[in-house]
Design a binder for this molecule. Structure first.
Ligand code: BG6
Length: 483
C-alpha cells in the first residue's frame, strides 16, 4: 500500500534501537519502494552531529545489522540522502528552533520517542510549544510502558495532555511479526478453524516464547523488571488476546482492540500454585562455551527477579470456560523458539480401539524461527500392516509458500513504522489495553513479593525449572518440546 511523503523524527536517533532496528528497517522499506522521494528521516539526540555524521552512523548500522544479501551500496547511498540530524535537548531549549525549521507542516509527521519514558512528557510538550507537531502528528512510543498500573496511567495521562489517542502508537513489536498477523488471517478468513475454536473442542493452549540469550548488558533494567513485566504483560498477553478474542466486526483498529481488551478483562487472577518463576544458573561449559548465571549478569547479584515464568491462566467467558492457557517464557533456554500450540481434544470415541500411536490434533503456529503453521493429523500408516494410525504434519512454511518474496519476510519494526506513516493503529496497543494488562499482572506480582517468593533455579540451556514441567504434569498434560 503506497504511502504519502513524510517527515519522521527519531528521538534517541543514535540509540541502540535506532541502530539495530529503526534505521536498517527503514532502509529495507526504501528498497521495497515504500519510502517516497521527498520524505525525510531526521535523527535527533543530545549529542552534536551533522547530517553527514548521521548518514555515516546509519550506513554503519545498515552494514552491521543487515546481511550482505539484503543491501547494496548504490541503494544505501540513495537512502542516506533522506537522512538528517538535529541535536535537541529533551529537558532544555537547545535545538528546538532548528528542529522546527526542518520538520514540514504539509507532510505526514511522525515522532518516534525511542527514549526513556521519563522524557515522553518533555518531548511532547516541546513539540507543541515550538509549533512543530501539527494536529495530525503521530507519536510512537516503546515499551516498557510503565512498570505497573499506576505508572502506566501516569504515562497515558502525560501523553493525553498533548496528543489525542488516535495520534499515539504504542509499539509491541510482537504484533508486527508476520505469523502474528497471519493468526488473524487464518482464524477469520477460513471456515475450517472457527467452529472448533472454543472450549468444547480445544483441550488447552500453550504459548511459549523461549530465548537462548541471557540478560547480559541489560541487568540494571531487568533486575527491576523480570519476565512477567518484560514479556508476559505485553508480548504474551497480546498473543493470548489474538487467539482468544471474538471475531471483530471488521478489521479496523478499534474493532480489533475492543475485542482484545475484553479478553484481558475476562482473565481470572492466576493462583499462586499456577505460577512458576525461575532464574538461570550458569554452566561451565565442557565442550560448549561457559554461560554466566543470572547473578553474574545482573546488576544486583542477589536479585530475585525471574528470568523465566510459566503460568496457567483461565479466561472466564463462554468461549473459553474450562480451557487452560499455559504461558511460558524465559531466557537462556535450550532453544530460540516461539510457538503457539492449540491442542485439540480427543475424538469422542475411537473406533480403532486404544491405539498406541494416537495423538491429539495440534495446530502449531511458529513465530520464530521458521515462521509457519503445522496442523498434525492422524492417518493410516501406509502399507499392508493393517489399520495402524500415524501422525503426519500438514505443514505450511510461510517462506516456502510465498516463494522468493516470502523468504524475505519484513522485520516487525519495518512493518510497524510503515503502519504509523499510513495511520493504521490496528497493530498498536491502545491506552486502556495496556492499563488492563497491568491491572491483571500487578496483584500477581504483589502477591509473590509479599510472600517473599524466590525463583527456582534452572540450568542455562535447559527447558526451565522442574516445577514448570509439573505445572502440566499435574493436569496430565505436557509441554511441547523446545528445540
Ligand atoms: C523485548 C524484551 O521486548 O523482546 C527482550 O525486552 C526480549 O527481553 C525481546 O529479548 C524478544 O524479542 P524477539 O523479537 O527477539 O523475540
Amino acid at each position: 500500500i503506497p504511502v504519502d511523503p513524510f517527515d519522521l523524527v527519531v528521538f534517541g536517533g543514535t540509540g541502540d534501537l535506532a541502530r539495530r532496528k529503526i534505521l536498517p528497517g527503514l532502509y529495507r522499506r526504501y528498497v521495497a519502494g515504500q519510502i517516497p522521494e521527498g520524505s525525510r528521516i531526521i535523527g535527533s539526540a543530545r549529542g552534536d552531529m551533522d547530517d553527514a555524521g548521521y548518514r555515516d552512523f546509519a550506513s554503519e548500522a545498515i552494514s552491521e545489522f543487515l546481511d550482505g544479501t539484503k543491501r547494496d551500496p548504490q541503494s544505501v547511498a540513495r537512502f542516506l540522502d533522506h537522512l538528517y540530524y538535529v541535536p535537541t535537548d529533551a529537558r532544555g531549549e537547545n535545538g528546538w528552533p532548528d528542529l522546527a525549521k526542518r520538520v514540514r507542516a504539509d507532510v505526514v509527521q511522525a515522532f518516534y520517542f525511542s527514549v526513556a519514558p521519563s522524557l515522553f512528557g518533555d518531548l511532547a510538550e516541546r513539540l507543541h510549544r515550538h509549533g512543530i507537531a501539527g494536529p495530525e502528528a503521530r507519536i510512537v512510543v516503546e515499551k516498557p510502558f510503565g512498570r505497573d498500573l499506576e505508572t502506566a496511567k501516569e504515562l497515558n495521562a502525560t501523553l493525553a495532555e498533548h496528543f489525542d489517542e488516535s495520534q499515539i502508537y504504542r509499539i509491541d513489536h510482537y504484533l508486527g511479526k508476520e505469523t502474528v498477523q497471519n493468526l488473524m488471517a487464518v482464524r477469520f478468513a477460513n471456515i475450517l478453524f472457527e467452529p472448533l475454536w472454543n472450549a468444547r473442542h480445544v483441550d488447552h493452549v500453550q504459548i511459549t516464547v523461549a530465548e537462548t540469550v541471557g540478560v547480559g548488558g541489560r541487568g540494571a533494567y531487568y533486575d527491576t523488571s523480570g519476565a512477567m513485566r518484560d514479556m508476559v504483560q505485553n508480548h504474551l498477553m497480546q498473543l493470548l488476546c489474538l487467539i482468544a478474542m471474538e471475531p471483530p466486526y471488521r478489521f479496523d483498529p478499534d474493532a480489533v482492540r475492543d475485542e482484545k481488551l475484553k479478553v484481558i478483562r475476562a482473565l481470572l487472577p492466576a493462583a499462586p500454585e499456577d505460577i512458576v518463576r525461575g532464574q538461570y544458573r550458569g554452566r561451565t561449559g565442557k565442550g560448549s562455551p561457559k554461560q554466566a548465571s543470572y547473578s553474574e549478569d545482573a546488576e544486583n547479584p542477589s536479585s530475585t527477579t525471574e528470568s523465566f515464568i510459566a503460568m496457567k491462566v483461565h479466561i472466564a467467558n463462554w468461549r473459553w470456560k474450562g480451557t487452560p492457557f499455559y504461558l511460558r517464557t524465559g531466557k537462556r533456554l535450550r532453544g530460540r523458539a516461539s510457538e503457539i500450540a492449540i491442542v485439540f481434544k480427543e475424538v469422542p470415541h475411537s473406533i480403532f480401539g486404544d491405539e498406541e500411536g494416537w495423538r491429539e490434533n495440534v495446530l502449531s503456529i511458529r513465530l520464530q524461527p521458521d515462521e509457519g503453521m503445522t496442523l498434525s493429523v492422524m492417518i493410516k500408516e501406509p502399507g499392508p500392516g493393517g489399520m495402524r494410525l500415524t501422525e503426519v504434519p500438514l505443514d505450511m512454511s510461510f517462506a516456502e509458500a510465498l516463494g522468493e518474496d516470502g523468504a524475505d519476510i519484513p522485520d516487525a519494526y519495518e512493518r510497524l513504522i510503515m503502519d504509523v506513516i499510513r495511520g493504521n493503529q490496528t497493530l498498536f496497543m491502545r491506552g486502556d489495553e495496556v492499563e488492563a494488562a497491568w491491572a491483571w499482572t500487578d496483584p500477581l506480582i504483589a502477591a509473590w513479593e509479599a510472600r517473599g517468593d524466590k525463583p527456582k533455579g534452572y540450568d542455562a540451556g535447559s527447558s526451565g525449572p522442574e516445577d514448570a514441567l509439573m505445572l502440566l504434569h499435574r493436569d496430565e498434560r505436557r509441554w511441547r518440546e523446545i528445540r
